[in-house]
Design a protein around this ligand. Structure first.
Ligand code: SF4
Ligand code: SF4
Length: 447
C-alpha cells in the first residue's frame, strides 16, 4: 500500500522512440525538477542508496539547495538505483495522476538510456545482460563454469574481480547441463484428474534464470501443478529483458517483448494461462512491456494473462481449492517479499501461498534485499548492496526460521550472504528457496 494518496498509481508509456527522450538539456531539467521535490520530501531516505546519495549531495553543497549542485554529480545517484520500484509503488504521493507527475525509477531509466545512446554504458554489465547467449554457452561447460564462478575459488574470482569488476565475494548463480526445457522434455508428468482445478492449462514461461540457473523452481512448479490437475507446457522463447532494462537498452527490451509475446499469445489463444517463474520477469510481462511497446496487441494480451507462480497457486486455492495431501514443514519459514513481487500490486502472494501449508509459521520480511540484478554483484556496488539488504537479513535471522524463501531467487541468495556476514556460524546450513519449492516439499514431491 502506498503512503499519502488514495489514487492508484498509473504509469505513462516510456517515450524511448521520441528524440526528446534523449535530449540532455531536457533530461537535466527533469532531473532537477524531481530531485528538488525529493529534497523537500525525503520520505524515501531509507529505501536504497540512491536517496541518501542525493540528499547528501544537496546538503553538502554550498547553498544546501540543488542550485549549487553540479549535474555532473548526479551519476552516482542514478548508479545506485536498482529499479526496484519501491519508491514509486510504496512511498511516493506524487506519482501520476498527481500533478507533480513523478516517476523516480523511470527517470533513472531515462538517464541510463541516454548513457546507452552515447555509448557510455559499461561493457561487462552489457555482456552479463545477454543471458540467453551466456546460458546457451555455459550449459555445455557447466561444471567448469561453476568451478570458476564459485566464490570459494580465490584464484578465478580474484581474476574476475580485477578483469571484469565482479566482486570476488558476490555469489553467482550456477549453470546446469540440462536446462528446464531439457528436463521438461525428458520428464512427462501425469496430471491428477481428481484435483479440483483439473481442466486448467498453463504455460510455464521458464525465464532465463529458471531455464539455465535454477531449473528446480520450474520442476517444483510442474509437479505441484500436476498434483493440482493443471496441464502444463514449459515454453521459453527468450529472456524478458530485465537485465537489458537495467542497462537502459530499451530497443533490445522492445525486441524481446515483440518476440516473446508473439509466441506466448498463441498459447493464450489455445486457452493457456501464463506463469512466470521469477517475479522480475512477471513484472516485465505484466507492467513494463506494455509501457515500452504500447499498442502491441500480443503484449497487451500477455500482460493480462500472466501470473506470478505464487499468485497462480493462490488463485487456484481461492477458486477451486488446492489438492489435499500437504504435510506440515519441520520448521518455520522466513518469507522475503521481493520488491518486484510487491511492485506487481498483487498482495503478498508468496506468504499467502506458504500459509496454505498446514501448521506452518510464516514470518514476513518486507525490506529490499539490495541485490538489484547484475548491479549488486559488481565490485563498485556489492558492499552497498549488502548494506541495503542488511535490515532484511537481520529480520530473517531474528525470525529463527528453518527455511528462507523469496519469490526472487537472486534476492534470496543475496540475503543469505547478508545473513552470513551477521552470523557466519550457520551459513553452511542455510539455503534459499522459492516458496513453490516448499509447497512441493509439503506435498512430498521433492526427490
Ligand atoms: S527504484 Fe528502488 S533503488 Fe531506485 S530509487 Fe526507487 S527505491 Fe531506490
Ligand atoms: S520519490 Fe517521492 S516519496 Fe520518494 S523522496 Fe522523492 S518525492 Fe518523496
Amino acid at each position: 500500500m502506498r503512503e499519502g494518496s488514495l489514487d492508484a498509481p498509473v504509469r505513462h508509456p516510456i517515450n524511448w522512440n521520441d528524440p526528446e527522450f534523449y535530449d540532455e538539456a531536457l533530461l537535466d531539467e527533469e532531473l532537477r525538477r524531481v530531485f528538488d521535490i525529493c529534497h523537500g520530501c525525503r520520505r524515501c531516505f531509507n529505501l536504497c542508496d540512491s536517496f541518501p546519495r542525493l540528499f547528501d549531495l544537496i546538503d553538502e553543497s554550498e547553498s544546501g539547495e540543488l542550485d549549487t549542485v553540479s549535474s555532473a554529480d548526479f551519476k552516482p545517484v542514478v548508479d545506485a538505483c536498482t529499479l526496484c520500484d519501491m519508491c514509486f509503488m510504496t512511498k511516493c504521493p506524487y506519482v501520476p495522476p498527481h500533478e507533480f507527475n513523478l516517476d523516480f525509477p523511470h527517470l533513472m531509466l531515462r538517464y541510463r538510456a541516454v548513457e546507452k545512446k552515447k555509448g557510455e554504458d559499461k561493457f561487462v554489465p552489457r555482456q552479463l545482460a545477454k543471458t540467453d547467449r551466456n546460458g546457451n554457452m555455459a550449459k555445455h561447460v557447466a561444471p567448469i563454469a561453476n568451478w570458476a564462478s564459485n566464490r570459494k575459488n580465490g584464484l578465478t574470482r580474484g581474476i574476475m574481480e580485477s578483469t571484469l569488476g565482479i566482486h570476488k565475494d558476490a555469489a553467482l548463480p550456477p549453470y546446469h547441463s540440462k536446462t528446464l526445457l531439457d528436463r521438461a522434455r525428458d520428464n512427462v508428468l501425469t496430471v491428477n484428474p481428481d484435483a479440483p482445478a483439473h481442466g486448467r492449462k498453463a504455460v510455464i514461461y521458464a525465464t532465463c534464470f529458471g531455464n539455465y540457473n535454477n531449473p528446480g523452481i520450474g520442476e517444483a512448479t510442474r509437479k505441484v501443478l500436476a498434483r493440482n490437475g493443471v496441464e502444463t507446457e514449459v515454453v521459453y522463447p527468450g529472456c524478458c529483458g530485465m537485465p537489458l532494462l537495467e542497462q537502459g537498452d530499451l530497443k533490445a527490451v522492445a525486441d524481446n517483448a515483440d518476440k516473446v509475446s508473439a509466441e506466448l499469445a498463441g498459447w493464450i489463444d489455445k486457452g493457456y494461462d501464463i506463469i512466470a517463474l521469477v517475479s522480475s520477469c512477471a513484472l516485465m510481462l505484466k507492467f513494463e512491456w506494455p509501457l515500452i511497446v504500447p499498442g502491441n496487441p500480443a503484449v497487451e494480451k500477455l500482460s493480462k494473462a500472466t501470473y506470478d507462480v505464487a499468485e497462480y497457486l493462490v488463485d487456484i486455492a481461492k477458486k477451486e481449492g488446492l489438492a489435499g495431501g500437504m504435510q506440515p514443514l519441520d520448521g518455520a519459514v522466513s518469507m522475503h517479499l521481493a520488491c518486484h513481487a510487491r511492485a506487481q500490486n498483487m498482495g503478498a502472494k508468496g506468504a499467502e501461498l506458504l500459509r496454505l501449508i498446514p501448521e506452518t509459521r510464516v514470518a514476513v520480511v518486507e525490506r529490499c534485499s539490495g541485490h538489484g540484478g547484475s548491479w549488486g554483484i559488481m565490485k563498485d556496488n556489492f558492499e552497498t548492496a549488502i548494506k541495503v539488504g542488511t535490515p532484511a537479513a537481520r529480520t530473517s535471522l531474528k525470525s529463527g526460521a528453518a527455511y528462507f524463501a523469496s519469490e526472487c531467487p537472486l534476492a534470496a541468495e543475496h540475503l543469505l550472504q547478508g545473513m552470513e556476514k551477521l552470523d557466519s556460524d550457520g551459513a553452511e546450513s542455510r539455503k534459499a528457496l522459492h516458496p513453490i519449492e516448499l509447497v512441493a516439499a509439503a506435498y512430498g514431491l521433492t526427490d
